[in-house]
Design a protein around this ligand. Structure first.
Ligand code: COI
Length: 356
């Protein structure tokens, strides 16, 4: 029999099982992988379209040793979160933005990708099938990880003849081991994350492998993560290994402009809109690293990190500190508005949330 079961068939069996909370310790979730019940799979061959995908029990997948993703890195991922509301319903945050970003990335990587509707529908089905893993309100969120990979076999360098779209989920809490305490960054001035004309602006898996060396070295020295500079001038801020960066000075909030080497974060874009709605002036521009010296506050944004305050930045041996005990007032305000919106605690005037 087929390892795949249709969502309709599954829905009867999982609805009972998914209605009660999973039996795990919900306090102090970090950002480690916890296996859940179901994953979503959908395949497409070159020249065709993605056909109706299916939920299946979470588990290992089969892949040709000659697949495009394993040999030539033809892969993309996304990240989004689902929060449980007090009434038990679940909220997704801007899932169509992730769908669109995956389509742009697929174009850059010569991959076929699901339509926005297919992506969003698949996310909803996967979250509902795993509903018992969505943490109780205030305990965290369900991290949703869509993957797109060249699963077809190739030997010579070429786009793979088949693509697999897969979604798995895992309950998460804070990303950094510091919890909600400020993180300490070190500016990397030799290794680079991205180059003009490269793939830094899309969420391809190789971008993340490329930062592991600098990140590991930084962690070994006690830093939380690495802040990258542009590779041409070695002067302008780009991003942190897994998140975007913002700087606050008075009423002005600055963040590096999106210009092909920076990942267009959905939390980044949302925070810009939230900040403007709160009366701040937001500038997307070239931000010289020297400006960090007299910033009032520095913070990072990302789906995984949400809004994380930066307690210090070290650049060429010089350490600059910003309130090392907690959030600065501006980052606290932005964090609070964004997360209350994501959790359904304030009215969603932006129409960003999708209720399940
Ligand atoms: C996210 O924030 O969702 C990401 O994709 C970053 C990842 C390295 C955890």
């Amino acid at each position: 029999s087929s390892p795949f079961r249709s969502a309709a068939v599954l829905s009867d069996s999982y609805s009972a099982e998914a209605s009660e909370l999973a039996d795990i310790e919900w306090d102090n979730l970090g950002f480690g992988f916890i296996p859940t019940d179901y994953m979503y799979m959908m395949k497409c061959t070159q020249g065709g379209n993605f056909s109706k995908g299916e939920l299946q029990r979470f588990g290992n997948i089969e892949l040709s040793p000659s697949s495009g993703v394993l040999n030539y890195g033809q892969g993309l991922f996304e990240g989004l979160k689902a929060y449980r509301k007090e009434d038990g319903n679940v909220l997704l945050f801007r899932p169509e933005e992730n769908a669109l970003r995956m389509r742009l990335g697929a174009e850059r990587m010569c991959m076929l990708s699901p339509t926005v509707e297919q992506f969003v529908e698949a996310v909803k089905e996967t979250v509902l099938a795993n509903k018992r893993w969505v943490p109780p309100p205030g305990k965290g969120s369900l991290y949703i990880r869509p993957l797109l990979m060249g699963s077809g076999a190739v030997l010579g360098l070429a786009p793979a003849p088949e693509y697999t779209f897969l979604i798995f989920v895992s309950p998460v809490g804070n990303y950094f081991k510091e919890g909600v305490a400020p993180i300490n960054l070190i500016v990397e001035h030799e290794l680079h994350r991205a180059t003009p004309g490269g793939t830094g602006g899309v969420k391809t898996i190789g971008n993340y492998a490329a930062v592991l060396k600098a990140q590991s070295a930084a962690k070994a020295k006690g830093y939380s993560d690495v802040l990258y500079l542009d590779c041409v001038n070695k002067k302008y801020l780009e991003e942190v290994s897994s998140c975007n960066i913002f700087m606050v000075k008075g009423n002005v909030i600055s963040t590096p402009a999106i210009k092909g080497t920076i990942l267009p974060g959905i939390t980044r874009k949302s925070i810009i809109d939230v900040a403007r709605s709160q009366g701040f002036q937001v500038e997307e521009r070239l931000v010289p690293v020297d400006e960090l010296l007299d910033a009032d506050e520095v913070f990072c944004t990302g789906t995984a990190v949400v809004v994380s305050p930066v307690g210090s930045v070290t650049y060429k041996g010089k350490r600059v500190s910003y309130g090392e005990d907690g959030f600065g007032t501006v980052s606290q305000q932005l964090y609070s508005v964004l997360t209350r919106l994501q959790m359904g605690l304030i009215e969603d005037k932006m129409n960003w949330t999708v209720e399940l």
